[in-house]
Design a binder for this molecule. Structure first.
Ligand code: F6P
Length: 537
């Protein structure tokens, strides 16, 4: 199948260039150009972005930038920032960038400047967070709140969990934070088993306030609270909501004075810096939260203004296209060398895969090329002792993003040096490997030599920063958000809807009464009928 993208001259040039370069080892690229490691890097916003260990040369970059220009990336970036309704399937603007726009700036949606509303919500959040942190906000029986439980799923959970873990160093340690997402009752039961209802605040986070998992968990939470506190009036002191749907919040029984709003121009997976970040703000305090927003904003400005040749999200996005569409890579590993970022890969899974896991273009045509990669990863060095074997010597090409910080937040003697040495070594080993000659020169017997050869030529990016701060986390998240948009533009898909999650939800709603035997007659395929029958028994 040929489509507008694959017919474009940029794409065709990349196809023929791919044939020229596909077998060139990274090793020779470095041998030919002693300045490569210096040239192919960008230092901006306190990020050292090294993209030299990729299977690219100057021509590859030139052609990738040409493709970006042909796809109108600059205009598409401008359209997003200006509030055009680029989420065409849902007829919505896409303005998570307005969530971090500084006070006083202007972002228009349907002629209305949304920045004052954004800051009004931030101020309410800051005041609420301050009251919880100071103990001024009391539970129904007069005790201060010590436990905060965020109930949400997808974008209403993954961002808050990730940010809490990432910024735990900055968090109030006398407050306990828990996150309940799964409809599996064990998630709720384990989250609250050692908590006292009198000291617990639930933040029910749901953009739509109709998501079955969140609503079920929220109802269970209310029951858990009232089993102890009895009077339904207690709900007002122990439940707040974060949502765009005031009507449903009211229907649930949460006073809308205790609701923090956001807007339909914020996608769920792009919402962790909206009121969905309320738990984050309570944990780290408003000051740190504002620092995080500033980091996001700095990256937004970089994405908007830096020429493609120095634009970190654009380069990262285009490298992804190069591997996914030309080398046939299907996955992308994200390997943070900082334990606080342990939930970052999981967060990125929704951001990247729910955004670009699409099979049709914006016009509804089937794409004739691969789109979104599978994102996955674990912190280093843990991953080195589990799945890195396959990255080094397996048969799949897996581009890797290494993320590291020079200064540890917990500087125990030697730990940081060892950690960073490992991160740097992994990129080197992946790129340069170890040849059969090198293995033999070490005296390895012939029969073992093939097992000890590392082909190398495995690409990686290194993102190095000074320290894991709220601001740097903001930059990192915005970097991936904008990388996702870059790729969506090239592929011509809509990175802002998620229709692929609907069918399973609809079928589950049909199966629920069948499991409860309210609907006796089963009309599914034989496998599904049998599974339902097995459960019923
Ligand atoms: O099912 C997918 C999804 O719609 C995500 O896009 C979203 O982040 C999540 O569900 C939760 O939705 P809500 O915040 O409306 O509960």
């Amino acid at each position: 199948m040929t489509t507008e993208l694959t017919k474009s001259s940029g794409w065709k040039s990349l196809e023929s260039h791919f044939q020229e370069i596909k077998n060139t080892p990274i090793r020779s690229l470095f041998n030919e150009d002693k300045t490569r490691g210096t040239r192919l890097r960008v230092e901006d916003l306190g990020i050292y972005f090294d993209y030299s260990k990729h299977r690219i040369n100057d021509k590859t970059l030139e052609l990738l930038f040409q493709l970006a220009r042909e796809r109108g990336l600059a205009d598409k970036i401008a359209s997003m920032f200006s509030g055009e309704k680029i989420n065409t399937t849902e007829n919505r603007a896409v303005l998570h960038t307005a969530l971090r726009a500084p006070r006083g700036s202007v972002v228009l949606v349907d002629g209305v400047n949304v920045v004052p509303e954004v800051h009004a919500v931030l101020e309410r959040m800051a005041s609420f967070a301050g009251n919880i942190r100071s103990g001024e906000w009391k539970g129904y029986t007069g005790k201060p709140i010590r436990n905060i439980v965020n109930i949400g799923i997808g974008g209403s959970d993954l961002g808050p969990v990730m940010a809490y873990e990432a910024l735990k160093f900055y968090a109030r340690r006398n407050l306990t934070f828990r996150f309940v997402s799964n409809i599996d009752g064990s998630d709720f039961a384990e989250a609250v088993r050692d908590l006292s209802p009198e000291e617990t605040l639930f933040i029910v986070s749901s953009k739509t306030f109709t998501t079955i998992e969140t609503m079920t968990n929220a109802r269970t939470a209310r029951k858990w609270l009232l089993d102890k506190l009895v009077n339904p009036k207690a709900v007002a002191s122990h439940f707040v909501a974060v949502s765009t749907n005031a009507k449903e919040v009211g229907n649930f029984g949460i006073d809308t004075h205790n609701m923090f709003g956001f807007w339909d121009w914020v996608g769920g997976r792009y919402s962790m810096d909206s009121a969905i970040g309320l738990s984050t703000m309570i944990a780290i305090g408003p000051g740190h939260f504002y620092e995080m927003l500033d980091g996001f904003h700095q990256m937004d400005e970089h994405f908007r203004n830096a020429p493609f040749e120095r634009n970190i999200p654009v380069i990262m996005g285009l490298l992804g296209i190069w591997y996914i569409d030309f080398f046939g890579a299907q996955t992308q590993a994200v390997l943070p060398y900082d334990n606080y970022l342990k939930r970052f890969p999981a967060y990125l899974q929704q951001l990247t895969m729910e955004s670009n896991g699409k099979h049709v273009t914006l016009d509804g045509e089937l794409v004739g090329y691969a789109t979104g990669a599978v994102y996955w990863g674990e912190p280093g060095t843990n991953g080195q002792h589990s799945f890195y074997q396959l990255i080094h010597q397996g048969t799949s090409l897996i581009p890797c993003d290494f993320i590291g910080f020079k200064t540890s937040l917990n500087p125990l003697p030697l730990h940081q040096d060892y950690l960073m040495a490992n991160m740097i070594a992994q990129g080197e080993a992946l790129a340069f490997g170890k040849t059969a000659e090198e293995v033999k020169a070490e005296g390895v017997p012939d029969n073992l030599a093939p097992h000890k050869v590392f082909e190398g030529n495995r690409p990686s990016t290194t993102l190095f920063m000074e320290k894991l701060t709220p601001g740097n986390l903001g930059k990192l998240i915005a970097l991936y958000e904008q990388m996702v948009y870059t790729q969506g533009v090239i592929w011509g898909v809509n990175p802002f809807d998620q229709m692929g999650v609907e069918l399973g939800k609809v079928l589950a709603m049909k199966i629920i009464p069948e499991l409860l035997e309210k609907e006796k007659l089963l009309r599914h395929d034989s496998s599904t009928n049998n599974l339902i029958g097995y459960y019923r028994e």
